[in-house]
Design a protein around this ligand. Structure first.
Ligand code: GUN
Length: 295
């Protein structure tokens, strides 16, 4: 069984991205990301800190605005408008989930689609569904980079995606069905009948349901490739912190049957931020009328 850790892939991509940022800078183009974080969700604080560090590593400028959880919808929309109109800001990202009482969808739709580096705006999701994406949804594109750079072909393969979220499952199922990736995609969800049997058809099984260690060995066809997108914090008294992070896949059980499995942590998770950096670079290129940088 192959453990599909992403460290080397991430490093190779970030090396190319760092060079691209430097070459843009040499031609007078500075790249800058604006991040909005509302409230004190601990996981969101960690993610936003990692995004700031990634910008620093790659030479991308970052503006991070941390707002209290009492922030009103009106104040939040005013900040988005300010970043929309700021020519120095190439990409805008509002960390989700937002605190209760704020309207996430309205904020997403207020972001200028040309600066929507999360690829959450309906305009960008529409371009993706039309087969002409401007931005790549970050976690789904991270999954595709792991497959491509591990020499796991998707062409003609049966891929089963479990989970239909707007951030991962649905955009990933669309991407995999596009020309070039050419997979035969089944999108499963909480209403799917005989889920284990559906999953056991897959050459490539993607778990993105947010349930700790839900995918057991009977969900997996012998020799399948299993991609675990889950990040679940569970209690573990044997750990110094009293908890640990596990994926949506029962890694030990599935390892005995699969050809390859992505670990958690160290698999899909770290790729998301590198793909965000890729989108920020391409936002800057798009705004200057340049063709996209290809990975
Ligand atoms: N929350 C969890 N993942 C993401 C992401 O990729 N982007 C944003 N904006 N919020 C998130």
């Amino acid at each position: 069984m192959i453990r599909l850790a992403s460290k080397d892939i991430k490093e190779a991509i970030e090396k190319d991205l760092t060079q691209e940022v430097a070459s843009l800078k040499a031609s007078g183009v500075e790249v800058c990301l604006a991040v909005i974080l509302v409230g004190e969700d601990p996981a969101s604080q960690i993610y936003v800190g990692s995004k700031e560090k990634a910008c620093e590593r790659l030479g991308i400028g970052s503006l991070v605005t941390r707002l209290p959880k009492e922030t009103s919808q009106k104040e939040l929309l005013a900040l988005v408008k300010r970043y929309n109109e700021d020519p120095k800001v190439n990409g805008i990202l509002c960390q989700v989930p937002l605190p209760k009482g704020l309207n996430e969808q309205e904020v997403i739709e207020a972001i200028d689609p040309d600066k929507d580096v999360d690829c959450f705006h309906p305009f960008n999701l529409g371009l993706l569904a039309a087969g002409a994406p401007r931005f790549m949804p970050c976690t789904p594109f991270g999954v595709l980079q792991i497959l491509k750079r591990s020499n796991i072909p998707t062409q003609g393969k049966k891929v089963v995606v479990v989970g239909r979220s707007n951030i991962v499952g649905r955009p990933l199922s669309i991407l995999l069905s596009l020309k070039g990736w050419d997979a035969t995609v089944t999108l499963c969800h909480s209403g799917t009948q005989n889920l284990a049997a559906e999953c056991a058809q897959a050459d490539i099984l993607v778990a993105a349901i947010g349930k700790p260690e839900f995918i057991k060995s009977e969900f997996v066809k012998p020799g399948a490739v299993v991609i675990d997108v889950g990040v679940n914090r569970v209690e573990d008294p044997s750990h110094p912190k009293g908890s640990k992070v596990v994926g949506d896949v029962d890694y030990d059980a599935v390892s005995t049957k699969a050809q390859a499995v992505t670990p958690v942590p160290g698999g899909v998770g770290p790729m998301t931020i590198s793909m965000l950096m890729y989108n920020v670079i391409n936002a800057a290129r798009f705004q200057k009328g340049m063709p996209p940088f290809q990975l």
